[in-house]
Design a protein around this ligand. Structure first.
Ligand code: NZQ
Ligand code: ZN
Length: 383
């Protein structure tokens, strides 16, 4: 096991009716309610939140769309500064929560706020924030990461810092009942890939973390399809919600070797071709497994045996099963697993993403050797 520091201060308030606890959790002072493009108004969450905050001075900053754009968020920064906001309350999915984290960090930041994501700076101070989660997927409710897009340059970058941990997150599965199946699908795939990125590298003797990861993968494979098959199954929704939070709260990464190539490269697929976040991940993760099938072979075989229940002994057969059956799982959720399914030409993606990687001088993967040439190969493998 490698050395590690684990820190996670987020108070998680889980269950039906838990929005009411906002009354005690939100501190005194002007609150900025941050939300998206209207789902919380349509499904009644907005009224519930305002009801719990009655008597407070609540300002509103709505209209944050998926892949929260910097150009919009700077309006929120100006508003929070002008109004002397004391606390941010994000009500929505990952985009709203990440948008609120960015605003929180940008308010006290002296300099160009784009540098936070653009240069991956670690903010040293931020306004305090809390969240009410309406879409289980990203894990943003329980981590210190924000992923911000910039429309004008078609870029999308993540940055992190402990000052961006929410003070609390409210997870009420009832608030997810209005989710369309497309977003449920996205959430299951996103959480699945988060787990994989902290697991599918090479063994460094972390049996507990491996089994924690496998437990989340197995649970997502059981509960995700149940949620899609029966949208009223609240237990399944609750289980998916807790899986997604645990998939990216820092615990799985403790002492392990991680490979976030799928996410880092996937952000460019979103920025350049408009794929939704989870849509950018499935085909890429499977292509990465194929490309790295030797170096990831031991963990791919472990996954095939322990998660998929494969009984074969040949490494090659187990790796083939890992790739094939995971593709089948994603497709059973309704997630396409080829770039061409999204109208993206793999040759064009090979050229564009390869060029971007070259310009940035970036390398990815657990061996830090996935560069422009390898990205081009991955795009072709995504097919
Ligand atoms: O705009 P609103 O009204 O919020 O509607 C959203 C949006 O249209 C809708 N929605 C949310 N809750 C709903 C609902 N519709 C009906 N009923 C509900 N209860 O769903 C749509 C998608 O919302 P979004 O917040 O964009 O989805 P998600 O939670 O998947 O977040 C994606 C963003 O998070 C980033 C992604 O890159 C992307 O920008 N990520 C953040 C991470 C983090 N902070 O740790 C890690 C992730 O890997 C990811 O990169
Ligand atoms: Zn993700």
């Amino acid at each position: 096991m490698q050395n590690f520091v684990f820190y996670n201060p987020v108070r998680m308030v889980f269950g039906s009716g838990s929005v009411a606890s906002l009354a005690e959790l939100v501190p005194e002072g002007p609150v900025l309610l941050v939300y998206g493009t209207g789902s919380i108004r349509r499904n009644g969450t907005y009224e519930r939140v305002l009801g719990a905050l009655s008597g407070r001075r609540v300002l509103e900053f709505g209209g944050i769309r998926p892949n929260p754009p910097y150009e919009k968020l700077v309006e929120g920064v100006a508003m929070a500064r002008a109004e002397g906001v004391a606390f941010l309350l994000a009500v929505g999915g990952g985009s709203v929560i990440d948008g609120a984290k960015f605003i929180a960090a940008a308010v006290p930041f002296e300099g160009d706020p784009w540098d936070l994501p653009g240069r991956r700076l670690t903010p040293r101070s931020a306004l305090p924030l809390g969240t009410v989660l309406t879409l289980p997927a990203t894990g943003s409710e329980m981590n210190n990461i924000a992923v911000i897009s910039r429309d004008s340059t078609r870029e999308k970058f993540g940055f992190s810092g402990d000052v961006m941990f929410p003070r609390f997150s409210i997870l009420d599965p009832d608030l997810t009942l209005s989710l369309p199946s497309r977003q449920i699908r996205n959430g299951v795939v996103d959480a699945f890939v988060h787990v994989i990125e902290q697991y599918m590298t090479y063994p460094v003797n972390t049996p507990l973390q491996d089994r924690q990861a496998e437990a989340i993968l197995l649970t997502l494979m059981e509960e995700g399809p149940k949620t899609l098959a029966d949208p009223g199954d609240r237990d399944a929704r609750a289980n998916v919600m807790w899986c997604a939070a645990n998939a990216l709260n820092g615990s799985l990464k403790c002492g392990t070797v991680a490979d976030f190539a799928t996410h880092r490269i996937g952000h460019d697929l979103t920025a350049l071709y408009g794929l939704e976040h989870a849509e950018s991940l499935g085909s890429l993760m499977l292509a990465l497994w194929q490309h790295e099938r030797q170096r990831k072979g031991e963990k791919l075989a472990q996954y095939a045996s322990r998660v998929l229940g494969a009984r074969e002994t040949s490494r090659e057969t187990l790796v083939d099963r890992a790739i094939g059956e995971t593709r089948t799982f994603f497709e059973s959720l309704g997630m396409p697993t080829r770039l061409t399914d999204f109208g993206v030409d793999p040759e064009d993606a090979a050229r564009q993403l390869g060029n971007r990687c070259r310009q940035r001088g970036a390398t990815y993967g657990e061996h830090d050797d996935i560069g422009p040439e390898e990205i081009a190969q991955l795009m072709r493998l995504c097919g």
